[in-house]
Structure formats: structure tokens, C-alpha cells
Design a binder for this molecule. Structure first.
Ligand code: SAM
Length: 463
């Protein structure tokens, strides 16, 4: 057997892509680890080399960084959801900003007109409007529990996936991500189903009634609950949902889905509305949004307004422009800007989101917004009215290369690029640079205590 190698007194010097920490040994070896932060000095167990760099596990702390703070959450060690809760918020912002700058330097290799400082969140706790919890018959056990000689017979659990695990779930008693009554609802559902002998999902054997649960909340006080069951055991479903209604009569929308598939995704399944409204509503600025169960909505409501306001400011809309909003979701940006301009056209892949977008236009008395459903790479072409400004807000993979080509062809005066992945954004900016220069870039922190970053860029067509 190969001897395990411990490297002692490694300085943690930086944060890498995806939030891993970078350690550097005295002889210049770079090791990626989880859990520690720049300024820590640690002993590391070396694991395999991947893509030219060593991966490791911190085995011992020699000294702690002065940027450490005490995590507020009791699940911090095990959950992994808020993995930077032990780093001061100022430092979190500094590292996020740095990641954007480095992606631009390393990948995009372009000059930036103005690199504006990241906008931090006013709310660093209870900032999410949506959480998904998983049921499992395999609670993730802590190191101490494993080492103890206790037996853990029934380990039914409702919480979050342990980092890197598809079947083990970390038990959550209180989560600081979503405001009340999220914790109360989750704990009630967990206790009710355990006390009444409901079976929980076994991700290896693909059995067990209770699978997942999504809670969505809105600043208007609306609450949506969607529970996923593996089979249509109507008696048990009715009993549970009736108990939830009795306990939380103010929940505005309760739905369920029967998911007999191996994977968890419910987006290809029928969602059955059991109680109250099918949808919830949210308000950003003056615009009210109806959000149906399958539609995307930014998960940090307060910061989405900040994000959209920066995007609008970058776009500098004069009032007579034709604007495209690619990856429009429920028409969020399109409707947010519609009253400032001549016309907007939103394109989105999810048909349910486009239904919402059209309803939302009516709801807000907006008659200069149109929406098309489909993949942007197939729908967008150079036969539309030539847009003056294009907003793009793609998922993490960034823009499809065909979309980049079409943008170069239709060449709007300005592109406002919102991204949740600075690496793919930088890649796309590089592909656009023959015709566009980056005038401004500003990150917005939508996800405090995580390494995730949202970044807005203004690209202007070269003269
Ligand atoms: C990051 S979200 C942005 C949504 C919206 N702009 C907002 O601020 O709420 C990305 C959206 O792109 C949609 N999407 C993903 N891939 C797509 C594609 N290839 N073509 C069109 N829309 C897509 C997703 O369904 C999602 O609604």
C-alpha cells in the first residue's frame, strides 16, 4: 500500500476557481484543499494530482488566518452550503472580486474600461427565496458519530446533500438561508412523516415515498411548497398535505409531484396543485411577477433589484431602442426595462416561463414586450428587427458559440452581459472582442458565504 504523505506547515495563499483554497509549500508546490482560508497554516494529506495540481485534505491547523470569523450556523462543519461562513464578509467580497478580475485577465485577455467594485449584500442571512431539501434514509454521519460505538438504526433525514454525496443527506435543524417559516415547515414535515412511518428515499435502491421538497417565499408574503413523492400513495399524500395546511394555513400554494424516476428533477413531470394558488407573486421595483413552479426566478430578491439596476444603468437606455432580452426566464429583465424603451423581445427555453412572461406583461399593463420560446441558439437570428441593445443572462455554461456568432452578425450597439460564471463570461467576451470592447464590469454578491459570483458587463460595439 502507498504510504500516505503529509505535507506540513503549508501556507494557504489564495482562493481558486469554484472556491477551493490554494496552498503553497516552501518548495513552491501548489495544493488545492477545501475548508481552510487564506492566511491559515495547515498540514495537508496529499491526494492524487488532477490537471497538474495536487489535491489534498487539511489534517491539522498550525495557525489560523486573522480573517476568520465564527460561523453562525451549527451545521457549518458538515453542510457545505455556506462554506465561507468562517471568513469575514469583507474578505469574501475581496476574493469574489478578484476571481472576476483574474478570469478577465487570464481568459478574456481584454482591456476593461471601468472595473467597478463588487456590491455586497445588505442581507447576508436569510437572503434566499427558494430552497430545495432532500429526504433520505441515510443521514450523513459526523466523524465523531462514525468513531463512536453507537448504532444508528433508522437514520431518516430531511436536509441538504453532503458535499459530493448523492445519497447522504445532512440533517438540518436551522438553516440561515431562507427566512421563517422555512425552517418550521421543513421540520414539521420531517417530524410528521417520521412519526407516521412514511418511508424516505433510498438513492441506491430507488425506493421510499418521500423524495424532495421545495420551499419558495416572496417579499409579498406568499409561500409555495412543492413536495415530490416517488409514487401516488394518495392516502399518505392527503394526510400529510392536510396536516401541513392545518399547521400553516398561511401557505399560499401547495403542490406535489409524483416522481418514479431515478433522477430527482421534477421539471419534466406534472405538478399537481393541491391547495391555494398554483403560483406565487414577487415584486421588483414597480413590476409584479407571477412565478409558476417550474420557472426560474433569481433566488436573492433584494440583490436581484440591485443587479437589474446596475444592468439598466450600464445599458443607458434612451427610450427609442429595440431591446432583446436573451435567456429571459419569466421576462424579468425585459419587463423591468420595458417602460423605459420602445420595444423588448425576450427569448427563453422553458415554455412555462414564457407563459408566465406573457401573463406578467399583461399583469403590469406592458404592451411593448413580446416573448418567444426556444433555445436561443435556434431562435435568435438576423431576421429580427435589428436590436440596439441586447441583454444576455445565460446559465453557468455561458453563450453557445452559435449565439456568439449571431450576436456578432446582428451587432447591436451594446451588449449587457449578466453572468453567474466569470470563466464562461470571460470566454465569451474573448469571442466577441473583435467587434466589442468591455466598457464596464461590476460584480454583485447574490450568494453571501458561498464562492458564487454574479457579474455584469457592458460591451460596446467598436467604432
Ligand atoms: C440565469 S437564468 C436568467 C433568467 C432571467 N434573466 C432572470 O434574471 O430571472 C437563465 C435562464 O436561461 C434559460 N435557459 C437556459 N438555457 C437556455 C437556452 N439554451 N435558450 C434559452 N433559454 C435558456 C433558463 O431556463 C433560465 O430561465
Amino acid at each position: 500500500m502507498r504510504k500516505k504523505k503529509i505535507v506540513e506547515s503549508v501556507q494557504i495563499i489564495d482562493i481558486a476557481d469554484r472556491g477551493k483554497s490554494i496552498g503553497k509549500t516552501d518548495d513552491g508546490k501548489i495544493i488545492f484543499v477545501n475548508g481552510s482560508i487564506p492566511g491559515d497554516i495547515v498540514d495537508i494529506l496529499l491526494l492524487r494530482k488532477r490537471k497538474g495540481v495536487f489535491q489534498g485534505v487539511v489534517k491539522n491547523y498550525k495557525s489560523y488566518s486573522e480573517d476568520r470569523v465564527t460561523p453562525i450556523c451549527s451545521h457549518f462543519e458538515n453542510c457545505g452550503g455556506c462554506k465561507w461562513q468562517h471568513m469575514s464578509y469583507d474578505k469574501q467580497l475581496e476574493y469574489k472580486d478578484k476571481q472576476v478580475r483574474e478570469a478577465l485577465k487570464r481568459i478574456a485577455k481584454v482591456e476593461i474600461g471601468e472595473l467597478l467594485p463588487i456590491v455586497g449584500g445588505e442581507k447576508t442571512e436569510y437572503y434566499r427565496n427558494k430552497l430545495e431539501f432532500s429526504f433520505s434514509n441515510k443521514r450523513w454521519l459526523t466523524d465523531e458519530e462514525i468513531k463512536s460505538d453507537k448504532s444508528f438504526g433508522d437514520t431518516k433525514v430531511l436536509g441538504f446533500h453532503a458535499p459530493g454525496s448523492f445519497d447522504k443527506i445532512v440533517a438540518v435543524e436551522h438553516c440561515y438561508l431562507q427566512a421563517s417559516p422555512s425552517n418550521e415547515i421543513r421540520n414539521f414535515v420531517r417530524d410528521f412523516t417520521i412519526n407516521n412511518g412514511y418511508s424516505f428515499w433510498d438513492a441506491r435502491q430507488h425506493i421510499g415515498l418521500m423524495r424532495n421538497m421545495i420551499i419558495r417565499t416572496s417579499s409579498l408574503g406568499h409561500i409555495m411548497l412543492i413536495i415530490s413523492f416517488s409514487e401516488n400513495d394518495q392516502d399518505k399524500i392527503d394526510l400529510l398535505l392536510a396536516a401541513i395546511i392545518k399547521k400553516f394555513p398561511y401557505i399560499t400554494s401547495i403542490s406535489y409531484v409524483i416522481n418514479p424516476k431515478v433522477n430527482d428533477t421534477m421539471w419534466d413531470l406534472d405538478i399537481v396543485n393541491f391547495y391555494g394558488e398554483k403560483d406565487i407573486k414577487e415584486k421588483l421595483g414597480d413590476i409584479e411577477f407571477l412565478i409558476s413552479p417550474k420557472s426560474f426566478f433569481q433566488t436573492n430578491t433584494f440583490q436581484s433589484k440591485v443587479l437589474y439596476d446596475i444592468a439598466v444603468d450600464f445599458a443607458d437606455i434612451k427610450g427609442d431602442e429595440h431591446i432583446l432580452d436573451l435567456y429571459t426566464g419569466i421576462g424579468s429583465i425585459a419587463l423591468y426595462i420595458a417602460q423605459k424603451t420602445k420595444s423588448v423581445l425576450g427569448i427563453e427555453l422553458v415554455p412555462e416561463a414564457i407563459v408566465d412572461a406573457k401573463i406578467n406583461a399583461k399583469l403590469n399593463g406592458i404592451d411593448n414586450a413580446e416573448f418567444l420560446v426556444g433555445d436561443v441558439k435556434d431562435v435568435l437570428n438576423d431576421e429580427f428587427i435589428k436590436p440596439d441593445i441586447v441583454f444576455v443572462d445565460p446559465p453557468r455554461v455561458g453563450l453557445h458559440k452559435d449565439v456568439v456568432q449571431t450576436l456578432l452578425k446582428i451587432s447591436p450597439k451594446k451588449i449587457v452581459y449578466i453572468s453567474c460564471n466569470p470563466s464562461t463570461q470571460a470566454r465569451d467576451v474573448a469571442l466577441l472582442k473583435e467587434k466589442y470592447k468591455v466598457m464596464k464590469s461590476q460584480a454583485v454578491d447574490m450568494f453571501p458565504h458561498t464562492h458564487h459570483i454574479e457579474n455584469v458587463m457592458l460591451l460596446k460595439k467598436r467604432e
